[in-house]
Write a protein that binds this ligand. Structure first.
Ligand code: SF4
Length: 91
């Protein structure tokens, strides 16, 4: 007698590959309020070497809106978190 195992999670295997979802690359990080008040933390595009103040955009072509100072402060006041940019460079 031949018994066939049936996968209860995925009984029918599909031949189509699912398209990989694009996930947001921005991760917000929690910053302790004591550190926020004690240190001068560079956290915004306006403090970055790659920011064009004329165009109000990142010269590397990154999406800068979440990293603008106004938005960073707003997010921090609401959630205690900031979207720190990994490419931020300070002279
Ligand atoms: S590198 Fe990051 S912090 Fe610097 S301007 Fe571009 S998006 Fe803003």
């Amino acid at each position: 007698m031949v018994t066939e195992k049936i996968d209860s999670v995925n009984p029918v295997k599909s031949s189509k590959k699912t398209v990989k979802r694009i996930k947001p690359s921005i991760r917000r990080e929690a910053i302790a309020a004591a550190d926020y008040n004690r240190y001068v933390l560079p956290f915004s595009c306006e403090e970055c070497s790659h920011f064009s103040t004329e165009k109000l955009a990142c010269t590397l072509g990154l999406y800068s809106t979440p990293h603008l100072e106004k938005n960073q402060r707003h997010d921090y006041e609401l959630s205690g978190q900031m979207a720190l940019c990994r490419f931020q460079e300070i002279d």
